[in-house]
Write a protein that binds this ligand. Structure first.
Ligand SMILES: NC(=O)c1ccc[n+]([C@@H]2O[C@H](COP(=O)([O-])OP(=O)(O)OC[C@H]3O[C@@H](n4cnc5c(N)ncnc54)[C@H](O)[C@@H]3O)[C@@H](O)[C@H]2O)c1
Ligand SMILES: [Zn+2]
Length: 369
């Protein structure tokens, strides 16, 4: 049996923040990145709410740590809002998701949880996941639970226009990785395939423009939609080895999530290509994106996919290797055993199309260095 559920209501377009007006008579708590308060983006939300009834929690940093979630839950218990809004990149929305998840377990009656993304990448606005970090142990924990989906997602492309080119590139590669991993996942089905195919096509078509001309609202809208489509795909089908290792690069070395995926994706595809079913899936995706002709055999089509990913990465300025991030060879060597150990335990690994052992992960990490 295959199950397909999207519990989140999605509103998109430049006027979608108007949906917030329904909550003018509610106490609203906004969990957001401090940058959005300082930069003024928060005003775009506040114009649709009763500001007297809004309180802010703006202490979110990239890769939110458990301590921030705990502080947020304490605040949630004091404020007891009816509506919670997670506003920002994946870090702010994931922190809000974890706070709402535990807050509801503590008996706080949150009627509506709204996610408003300001980056196009993590698709956390429609996923059942929240990734929280433990900096002391250098581990990122993906928490998966069906009750964690936001009730509403508002996709306003105007909120993304200010994202710098490098963050656009990294988060865009995260979208591509979600789509590709969902497509070759052992749990992929027709429903997740349709979403992953469209998301992949949109990324190859619009990511270069979104990076080069950040104010192109059309490209921004397409990438914002691609992110959400890819999120719906992987919420159904799961992810794979790229994410299992990327979580360790984030946890131990603070490599931005999308960048970690961008560095790993090609090597993981090469690794998975020892599995005949995966080769067929990658080849099919390459053909659907117009990278390979129908008459090309599967291996040739797969190579085209690898070439196009490489070309996309160069075009949007993704570094060629981990060493270009100047993290220090000794530091990488020191954390390598821990990264391999925890990658093997990462919950995203179970849907990868090929079984990965410690040696395989080590080889992939060496290959990207
Ligand atoms: N829950 C999920 O399903 C899921 C999936 C993938 C990744 N993640 C997690 O999401 C986090 C990464 O999220 P992210 O890539 O969106 O980055 P982020 O939220 O960490 O933000 C990256 C940077 O961009 C800035 N920023 C955000 N919006 C901006 C805007 N509109 N204009 C200018 N700057 C802006 C932030 O201030 C920050 O400095 C990681 O913790 C990752 O593990 C979660
Ligand atoms: Zn991701």
């Amino acid at each position: 049996m295959n199950r397909f559920v999207i519990p989140t209501r999605v509103y998109s377009g430049t006027d979608c923040l108007e949906q917030l007006e329904r909550y003018r008579d509610r106490n609203v708590w906004v969990v957001c990145d401090g940058f959005l308060v300082k930069g003024g983006a928060i005003a775009r939300l506040l114009e649709h709410l009763d500001t007297e009834r809004v309180s802010l929690f703006s202490d979110i940093m990239p890769d939110p740590p458990i301590t921030t979630v705990v502080a947020g839950i304490q605040r949630l218990q004091e404020i007891r809002p009816q509506v919670v809004i997670g506003f920002g990149g994946g870090s702010a929305i994931d922190a809000a998701k974890a706070m709402v998840f535990f807050g509801r377990k503590l008996g706080i009656r949150i009627e509506t949880f709204i996610a408003i993304p300001t980056t196009s990448g993590t698709c956390t606005e429609v996923s059942s996941a929240s990734v929280i970090s433990d900096p002391a142990l250098g581990i990122k924990y993906p928490l998966f639970d069906d009750t964690i989906f936001p009730d509403i997602a508002l996709l306003d492309p105007q909120l993304v226009v200010s994202v710098p080119a490098a963050v656009t590139a990294n988060t865009g590669m995260d979208v591509l990785t979600h789509a590709v991993e969902a497509y070759v996942s052992i749990n992929a089905g027709d429903f997740s395939d349709a979403l992953a195919e469209k998301a992949t096509q949109l990324v190859f078509h619009y990511l270069p423009t979104a990076c080069a001309k950040g104010d192109c609202l059309h490209a921004r809208e397409k990438m914002h939609n691609a992110s959400t489509l890819a999120g719906m795909a992987f919420s159904q089908a799961g992810l794979g080895l790229t994410h299992a290792i990327a979580h360790q690069l984030g946890g131990q070395l603070h490599v931005p999530h999308g960048l970690a995926n961008a560095l790993l994706l090609v090597e993981v595809i090469r690794f998975n290509s020892q599995e005949p079913r995966a080769v067929k899936r990658y080849a099919r995706l390459a053909r659907l994106c117009g990278m390979a002709a129908q008459q090309n055999d599967d291996r040739a089509a797969l190579n085209q996919l690898l070439n196009h990913i490489g070309q996309l990465k160069r075009e949007i300025g993704i570094p060629a290797s981990l060493s270009q991030l100047h993290l220090g060879a000794e530091r990488i060597r020191q954390v390598m055993p821990a990264m391999i150990r925890t990658a093997l335990l990462d919950s995203t690994l179970v849907t990868n199309p090929r079984l990965a052992q410690a040696d395989d992960i080590e080889n992939i990490l060496h290959a990207i260095n």
